[in-house]
Ligand binder design. Structure first.
Ligand code: FES
Length: 505
């Protein structure tokens, strides 16, 4: 996968040993991103033993692939959320975002983390080609935000010249420098960290990792999307309340624009989002958008082209320095799932585009759950909440599961391995069986089982990121089958040893 701007400009937080012995602890945290590390720190402050296990390197997940808007504005607009939640719940949802912002500010200041944390206004602006009904919807969004008591202003001309809502006191930062500061703090306070330590199973009061057992009193699963439990139907039903989306970002430098330093998004569907930093007479833009369900886009290259076109509209003299993609876990009703499941596991997921704020809030909710304290957001974000609209959304969002499951098995593979260029992959008929085949830089073929180990869909090749993506629930695998992101808990099986390249020609 391509390195994000954040990954290119932050040093590693350190090297941590893989787990190599059995352990007993009070709290086990699974996941080394912003949610897991903040939770480990919050829990450690209570004086209990905390162990954190990360599947790959610390900070290597989606915290480093976000565009790191720190905002109370939910990706799902208030007027949309109002279809599922009452006004009290809506207010609480945005106050949750404000609380998350405050947690970040507080950690940043208290630990002196050098992460370019800057207060900026946020804008929600009409998209290009918006119609009268879009204008009316934006007015309704403004009125509802005001009715709920949030400070917002109407602008006839927003940063890009169209009508907009302005939200004061939002923020932006360098997410990996912030996370690295938190990791150092967690280490200093005695959190035990192991990386390259995938958790294979979590059951009862113990987990297994690399063949070792970790027993705990409380477990926090902070893995972006919770891992599947294979045959446990209840857990997999939970997966169906979530949908994985891919999103794309580019960073560009520009001589100067008329734009203020800000975070911004528009009302398109899918929407574009932008952050602007001004420094020494130059503008640094990070533009994102073109979201689509993971594994569902035929050519991911078209997302990059659409972003470039949008960038030209904003600034025609900019130079692109970085491109990357990330994954967003969309909850079925627009709000995250944070809380304890029927087996006593504390799970935090479904943050949509609000992972910085809701991830930070989830850490404090985990602390309160461990301590047996009530928390204001416990009911609103409960894992087992259910509304009739929620079920309708579930059917729509997961329509690709049965369709992909059947169609990808019946469809005829298009190519043969002889046609496969270097650094490319495809699902092919290979040696009489359907395989996910990747030809590496040196011409060697890597032949994999194309069946996703989660629930059995056929993976698809993502040409932009050089990954295998599952169209059903968004598991992702690297070109040679290694697991990048669940809900699958293991990679694609190898079908064959590497073979000398056949004629590439
Ligand atoms: Fe569910 Fe692949 S992620 S079948």
């Amino acid at each position: 996968m391509k390195e994000s701007y954040w990954q290119a400009t932050a040093g590693p937080a350190g090297d941590f040993p893989a787990l190599d012995h059995d352990l007993e602890t009070d709290v086990l945290v699974v996941g080394g991103g912003i949610t897991g590390v903040t939770a480990a720190l919050e829990l450690r402050r209570m004086g209990v033993r905390v162990v954190l296990l990360e599947r790959r390197k610390m900070s290597s997940g989606d915290t480093g692939r976000t565009t790191a808007h720190i905002t109370m504005m939910t990706d799902t607009k208030l007027t949309e959320l109002a279809k599922h939640f009452d006004e009290e719940e809506l207010r609480l949802a945005w106050e949750g975002g404000q609380a998350g912002m405050q947690i970040i500010r507080s950690h940043g200041e208290k630990h002196g983390i050098d992460c370019d944390l800057t207060d900026v206004p946020g804008f929600l602006e009409l998209h290009a080609g918006a119609e009268e009904k879009d204008f009316e919807s934006l007015r309704e969004e403004l009125e509802l935000a005001r009715k709920l008591g949030f400070s917002v202003n109407w602008l006839d001309h927003g940063p890009l010249g169209r009508a907009a809502i302005r939200f004061p006191d939002q923020a932006k930062f360098h997410p990996l420098r912030y996370l690295d500061g938190l990791i150092r703090q967690a280490l200093n306070t005695g959190v035990e960290i192991h990386e390259n330590s995938p958790v294979d199973e979590i059951a009862g009061d113990s987990a297994t990792c690399r063949g070792f057992s970790v027993s705990y009193k409380f477990v926090v699963i902070a893995t972006h999307v919770p891992p599947s439990r294979g045959s446990d139907l209840g857990a997999d039903l939970f997966q169906t309340k979530l949908s994985a989306y891919s999103t794309y970002a580019i960073r560009a430098e520009s001589a100067s624009t008329q734009l203020p330093e800000m975070i911004w998004s528009d009302t398109a569907d899918p929407f574009f989002y932008l952050r602007v930093k001004k420094e020494k007479g130059r503008d640094f833009l990070i533009l994102g958008g073109c979201d689509h369900k993971t594994g569902a886009m035929e050519s991911t290259g078209s997302a990059g082209a659409a972003l470039e076109e949008k960038l030209k509209e904003i600034s025609d003299d900019s130079r692109i320095t970085h491109r990357w993609s990330g994954q967003i876990i969309e909850p079925v009703d627009g709000l995250p799932f944070i809380g304890t499941d029927g087996d006593g596991r504390f799970i935090a997921t479904g943050f949509s585009g609000n992972g910085m704020t809701y991830g930070s809030l989830a850490a404090q909710m985990a602390r309160d759950a461990f301590a047996g304290r009530e928390n204001r957001w416990r009911k609103l974000f409960a894992l087992n909440r259910k509304t009739p609209s929620c079920i309708a959304g579930y059917v729509k969002e997961n329509a690709t599961f049965p369709a992909s499951f059947v169609a990808d098995r019946l469809g005829k593979p298009q190519e043969t391995s002889a046609d496969l260029p270097c650094s490319c992959g495809a699902v092919l008929d290979f040696d009489g069986g359907r395989s996910a085949v990747f030809r590496d830089e040196s011409g060697l073929l890597h032949v994999l089982d194309p069946v996703c180990p989660h629930l059995g869909c056929i993976v698809r090749w993502n040409e932009t990121e050089k990954t295998w993506d599952c169209p059903c629930h968004g598991s992702r695998f690297n070109a040679t089958g290694g697991l990048i992101a669940g809900p699958a808990v293991r990679g694609l099986s190898r079908r064959d040893e590497d073979q000398p390249a056949v004629n590439v020609g």
